[in-house]
Design a protein around this ligand. Structure first.
Ligand SMILES: *Cc1c(COP(=O)(O)O)cnc(C)c1O
Length: 421
């Protein structure tokens, strides 16, 4: 519970009673700042409208063009792309295309969204979890190495929050053992190491265009590969296991027979979604600039608070600034992460948790028999992380409100501030 006794708080400029403690919220409830709002402008609306008017709304020319444009964005290392209806589908198809199944082990990280690990179970394989770095939240390469067995058939890495994993080290380990790497790039469209985009290291890379991601098609995803031939089976599996794309079957070229080569899935993207993605893609870079600006405003405004802020970017890397996460230690901040979540929402500021550690979630706790302390960094982050709102639809006033809210709350509850530091 939130302490109800903040009455003697002293902090020079930020002394305000939090809404959770009876004060006036930073924002009216009618102006609740929604977390992770997508940026959707006239170009997307026009593109979608045009597709609707055309009446070709399923998988078609926009999907094909979106694949080519997305691959081109990532540069010449990428041999091709297959558009699908989610990153979850992209990850699932990547494992299937690598022939991973029962009896196999897939190494991944305890600090990710559950979808990354669920797909390992979908193919009947066993997830083997590694801990993450406490600051960057990315998988620890030395743990990957330690957990490889003769049954290890793939490694899935996650570029958390848009920070690159240590790909040189990871690829060296994987290549030495001949194990394919899948990159979960759901946070990391724009992330680079030097001038090399992440997503160009692994056998496959998987992207998400979910509503809160850096670019969105409402729901959508993409699998890319350096070797275009590796995408043939992905494409077949993405649409019922049919050997040819359905839209070609009904094109002007006339009716073509098709074969089913294996039982596939229904993971194709619609042209409505692809048209939206094509309108979003050219804005990815300018929107990154705006999110970086917001992150820098948070860095400056939160620096003196007793919170752990995101680490600065490693030299020669470019972050995608998908999430801005702070770590909240009650002993220093005077308030727990969970209470801070409630307190921020009471100020009508939407915040998030990214993520509860996988091995602390019920199903995986039972499956893997791990205690939180077995992967301590991920468990710590899961208990102490809070994501501040970070979206290009935020105005400067929205950013100020989020800052005022968190400074006010921490200022009210944290002992150093109460003493007037
Ligand atoms: C969002 C997300 C996914 C799943 O993406 P969908 O497109 O919603 O399936 C997978 N991994 C990570 C790290 C994510 O953030």
């Amino acid at each position: 519970m939130v302490k109800a006794s903040g009455g003697q708080a002293r902090i020079d400029t930020d002394l305000r009673r939090p809404a959770i403690d009876g004060g006036t919220p930073v924002r009216d409830q009618s102006r609740f700042l929604v977390f992770g709002q997508p940026d959707i402008g006239q170009p997307e609306i026009d593109a979608v409208t045009e597709v609707l008017r055309s009446r070709w709304i399923g998988t078609g020319p926009h999907c094909q063009a979106f694949e080519a444009e997305f691959a081109a964005y990532l540069g010449p290392r990428i041999g091709g792309a297959v558009a699908v209806n989610s990153a979850t589908a992209a990850l699932h198809l990547s494992l299937l295309a690598l022939d991973i199944g029962p009896g196999d082990e897939v190494i991944s990280t305890a600090m990710t969204f559950c979808a990354t690990i669920n797909v390992i179970c979908h193919v009947g394989a066993t997830p083997v979890l590694c801990d993450c770095d406490i600051a960057t939240q990315c998988i620890l390469p030395e743990q990957i190495e330690a957990k490889i067995t003769p049954r290890t058939k793939a490694i899935i890495v996650v570029h958390m929050c848009g920070r690159p994993c240590e790909m040189e080290a990871i690829m060296a380990i994987a290549d030495r053992r001949g194990i394919p790497v899948i990159e979960d790039c759901a946070h990391a469209i724009e992330t680079r190491i030097g001038d090399r985009p992440v997503g160009t290291y692994g056998t496959y890379a998987c992207y998400s265009f979910y509503a809160t991601k850096n670019m969105t098609t409402a729901e959508g995803g993409m699998v890319v590969a350096q070797d275009a031939e590796r995408l043939t089976r992905i494409r077949t599996l993405s649409l019922h296991g049919q050997s040819a794309d359905a839209w070609k079957r009904y094109s002007n070229a006339g009716f073509k027979r098709y074969d089913v080569v294996e039982p596939g899935w229904k993971y194709n993207l619609t042209d409505i979604a692809a048209a939206m993605g094509r309108a979003q893609l050219p804005m990815v870079e300018s929107r990154l600039t705006r999110r970086r600006e917001i992150a820098e405003q948070y860095d400056a405004a939160l620096a003196e608070l007793p919170l752990v802020l995101p680490p600065v970017a490693a030299p020669d890397t470019r972050l995608a600034y998908h999430l801005y996460t702070v770590q909240v230690d009650e002993a220093r901040a005077g308030i727990s992460r969970n209470d801070l979540l409630v307190a921020m929402r009471a100020e009508n500021i939407g915040v998030g948790v990214h993520y509860e550690a996988i091995h602390t979630l019920g199903y995986y706790q039972n499956l893997l028999g791990l205690r939180p302390e077995d992967l301590p960094n991920a468990a710590w982050i899961g208990e102490h992380t809070l994501s501040m709102p970070l979206s290009t639809v935020m105005s400067d006033d929205d950013v100020d409100d989020a800052i005022t809210a968190i400074r006010g709350i921490i200022g009210w509850y944290a002992e150093p501030f109460r003493a007037g530091h």
